[in-house]
Design a binder for this molecule. Structure first.
Ligand SMILES: [Ca+2]
Ligand SMILES: [Ca+2]
Length: 256
C-alpha cells in the first residue's frame, strides 16, 4: 500500500493509505509541548468504494452516473463509452466508467479536466494535439488544464495511467498516477468491462469548480471516438487520422 502525505496541522502529521482494496487507514502523529509523541492508527472499511474493477459497490452505495452516453452507439465496442461515475469520499475523488473490450484493439481513455477559468488547452483542429497526441481540441468555454490518460491493452492490462498538465501554452507530463507522490490508484476488470480509479482531491482538482469529459481514442494519434457525456462531435464508426480531428464541447460540472 502506498502512503501519501495528506496534510499538516499544528502538532499533528496526518497520513492516509491509497484505497486500492476499499479499506482506508489513517495515521496520526502528535507531539506535545514536552516533546513526547503519540501515534494513532485508524482503519475503516465502512461505506468506501473499492478500486477493484467491480461496479457493484457503486450500485450498493446508490450512486447515480455523473454522465451518460448510449451503449452501442459506437460500432467498435472497444471504444464505446456509456456511464461515468464520480464520488468524493474524504480526501479522494473516485471515478468509475464502463469500458468495453470486445476486440483486440487497444485504447486510450482520456479524462480532460477544466479546473481553472480563462486558461487551458483549446488548440486548432487538425494542427494541435491533446496531451496523449490525439487530434482533439476544445472550446474556450471549457479549456482543459489537466488530462489523465490511461492506456488499455488488448488483454485488458493497463500499462500506464498518466497525468498531464497544460502550463504556459504546452502540455507537460507530470507523472504516473500510481507514483507515490500522487497516491492515486487504478484498476480495470475486463470481465466486468469496468474501469475504476481514485486520486487524492488535491491532484489535480483542488479548485472549487471543475468540468470534465471522458473520451476514448486510438493509442496512436486519433480523434475522440466516443465520449461521456455525449458529444455530437464524436463518431459512430471508427475514424483515424488528423483530417477527422474533433472539438469537444460537452464538459459536465463535477460536484465538490
Ligand atoms: Ca468497485
Ligand atoms: Ca457510447
Amino acid at each position: 500500500m502506498n502512503v501519501v502525505y495528506s496534510g499538516y496541522h499544528p502538532g499533528t502529521y496526518d497520513f492516509e493509505g491509497t484505497p486500492k482494496l476499499g479499506s482506508r487507514w489513517t495515521m496520526f502523529r502528535s507531539v506535545g509541548q514536552d516533546g513526547r509523541e503519540g501515534w494513532l492508527y485508524m482503519l475503516s472499511n465502512l461505506g468506501v468504494l473499492a478500486v477493484d474493477g467491480d461496479p457493484s459497490d457503486w450500485r450498493r452505495e446508490n450512486i447515480k452516473p455523473l454522465a451518460k452516453d448510449p451503449r452501442f452507439d459506437m460500432s467498435e465496442g472497444s471504444f464505446d463509452l456509456s456511464r461515468l461515475y464520480y464520488k468524493r469520499v474524504g480526501r479522494f475523488a473516485y471515478f468509475g466508467f464502463d469500458a468495453r473490450i470486445e476486440t483486440p484493439l487497444p485504447a486510450h481513455y482520456c479524462l480532460a479536466i477544466d479546473a481553472f477559468p480563462d486558461v487551458g488547452y483549446t488548440g486548432i483542429p487538425g494542427f494541435t494535439q491533446d496531451a496523449a497526441g490525439n487530434w482533439v481540441t476544445f472550446t474556450s468555454d471549457h479549456a482543459p488544464d489537466y488530462e489523465m490518460v490511461f492506456r488499455r491493452n488488448s488483454t485488458g492490462a493497463i500499462p500506464y495511467g498518466n497525468l498531464h498538465v497544460w502550463y504556459h501554452g504546452g502540455w507537460y507530463y507530470w507523472g504516473n498516477l500510481e507514483d507515490v507522490d500522487f497516491g492515486a490508484t487504478y484498476t480495470y476488470d475486463p470481465k466486468n468491462h469496468f474501469f475504476e480509479f481514485a486520486i487524492p482531491i488535491r491532484y489535480p482538482i483542488r479548485s472549487s469548480r471543475w468540468h470534465t469529459i471522458l473520451y476514448s481514442a486510438m493509442i496512436y494519434n486519433s480523434p475522440a471516438q466516443d465520449s461521456t457525456p455525449s458529444d455530437p462531435e464524436t463518431y459512430q464508426e471508427p475514424h483515424y487520422g488528423r483530417r477527422y480531428a474533433n472539438t469537444l464541447t460537452e464538459l459536465i460540472e463535477v460536484p465538490k
